[in-house]
Design a protein around this ligand. Structure first.
Ligand code: AMP
Length: 423
């Protein structure tokens, strides 16, 4: 127990950090291009925020939340997603009084009591964006294009973009009636969850992961047939904008998303080679959410991407750039008299902005050379006994094995210039 992580969680080790940084930097760069600013909200919130913001009938709220009572008897929950928290922050800090739309992004850990398997964890990371305060389909298109741009910039192909419209409170009741009519004769065959969804939220039956419910859903009346005029023209315009931006998509009328607050546009991006956990991004419009958490009526749209799944996809395609740890200079010293000089030189080099390393364990010359290679050192400084006596040190270029003596006093100047030239 003491030496293993809790089920469904993972350590991100130094060897993995390069890949994570690469992923995060790509996301940050593209958000900057699209004008989205970063927001960081707390890891835990009042439980009620998620109950209200995600919806009581969802699997996330019913079965997957890490909820606890703190020492002050408050019910708190580790965030299972970030949209509700971003909206809470938007309302709390009255961000709506500033520029509109407010365009935000986040990167961070989320927590769900899910059944762990490849690509599904209990602590996982999401990158997501939210745009609050814009009602037209332009922002829907911008957000979808942003998501696709991130995945394409990482080099991923075989992406499948699915879109749908889930309507609005005006057109959903009609669809709800038709769905209930459709499922009534099949009620006894539905799983227990879907039987309870039948009254509360029959749309979510279409989203059920139980295979038999999936079979029973074939031929169910689609929302497309019931969309009101406004929703229908919003969806048409969105399709037009995506096409004009060169995106290919598939309209999937079964794409309903698990969360209650979604209105109109819903979308998902799959990376098909991942198999069962192929959904790398899910998002949609949530015009009812800001009001639901106590803010002024404000439209919103966003998405979240699963970072572990993207990393799995990148690994399988060898798309992670080489990010080996490396140092500029490794200082070798084997005689005790020169230790302080070596130490001081390394510290001086670091102060000058160079990556410099030295031996901590009294290794032999040969072993220190090996260490230098392990650190991928570009240069090695050898503080040899005779050289130091003459005010000199040996500088070795590790790439071409060239070696020369330089004056001790010139070490920093020469190395700075050499490293800069090689960059
Ligand atoms: P959702 O917030 O459920 O719409 O999920 C958005 C994205 O987060 C999904 O498309 C997945 O890529 C990722 N995701 C959701 N749940 C998990 C999980 N338990 N483990 C890893 N990734 C997840």
């Amino acid at each position: 127990m003491l030496t293993t992580v809790p089920r469904g969680t993972k350590d991100i080790l130094p060897a993995d950090i390069g890949a994570w940084r690469y992923l995060e930097n790509t996301m940050r760069d593209i958000c900057a291009r699209f004008g989205y600013e970063e927001i960081r909200t707390p890891i835990f919130e009042h439980t009620e925020l998620f109950q209200r913001g995600i919806g009581d009938t969802t699997d996330v709220v019913e079965k997957e939340m890490y909820t606890f009572t703190d020492r002050g008897e408050r019910s708190l929950t580790l965030r299972p997603e970030n949209t509700a928290s971003v909206v809470r922050a938007y309302v709390e800090h009255k961000l709506y009084a500033e520029n509109s739309p407010t365009k935000l992004f986040y990167i961070g850990p989320m927590f769900r009591y899910d059944r762990p398997q490849a690509g599904r964890y209990r602590q996982f990371h999401q990158f997501g964006v939210e745009a609050l305060g814009a009602v037209g389909p332009n922002i829907d298109a911008e957000i979808i294009i942003l998501a696709v741009t991130v995945l394409q910039s990482l080099g991923l192909k075989d992406l499948k973009l699915k879109i749908n419209s889930v309507g609005c409170p005006k057109c959903r009741p009609e669809h709800r009636n038709r769905l209930q009519e459709f499922f009534k004769p099949k009620f006894n065959e539905l799983c227990k969850d879907c039987q309870s969804r039948f009254d509360r939220n029959p749309l979510r039956i279409l989203d059920c992961k139980v295979p038999h419910c999936g079979e029973l859903s074939v031929g169910a009346p689609s929302l497309g047939e019931c969309l009101c005029e406004e929703c229908s023209s919003h969806f048409e315009k969105l399709k037009e904008l995506l096409t004009s931006a060169g995106l290919t998509y598939e309209v999937d009328t079964n794409l309903v998303r698990g969360l209650d607050y979604y209105t109109r546009t819903a979308f998902e991006i799959q990376y098909t080679p991942l198999g069962a956990q192929s959904a790398v991004c899910g998002g949609g419009r949530y015009d009812g959410l800001v009001k639901e958490v106590g803010g002024p009526e404000t439209p919103g749209i966003g998405f979240a991407m699963g970072m572990e799944r993207i990393l799995l996809a990148l690994e399988s395609q060898n798309l992670i750039p080489d990010t080996n740890f490396s140092t500029d200079v490794y200082a070798i010293c084997t005689n005790e008299e020169n230790f302080s000089l070596t130490f001081k030189t390394v510290i001086d080099l670091r102060r000058e902005g160079l990556k410099a390393e030295f031996d901590f364990n009294g290794r032999s010359m040969k072993a220190q050379m090996k260490q230098a290679n392990r650190y991928n050192a570009k240069y090695v400084l050898i503080f040899g006994e005779d050289e130091v006596k003459n005010g000199k040190v040996v500088l070795r270029d590790m790439l071409n094995s060239d070696q020369k003596e330089i004056d001790l006093k010139d070490i920093t100047t020469i190395l700075k210039a050499e490293v800069q030239n090689n960059e």
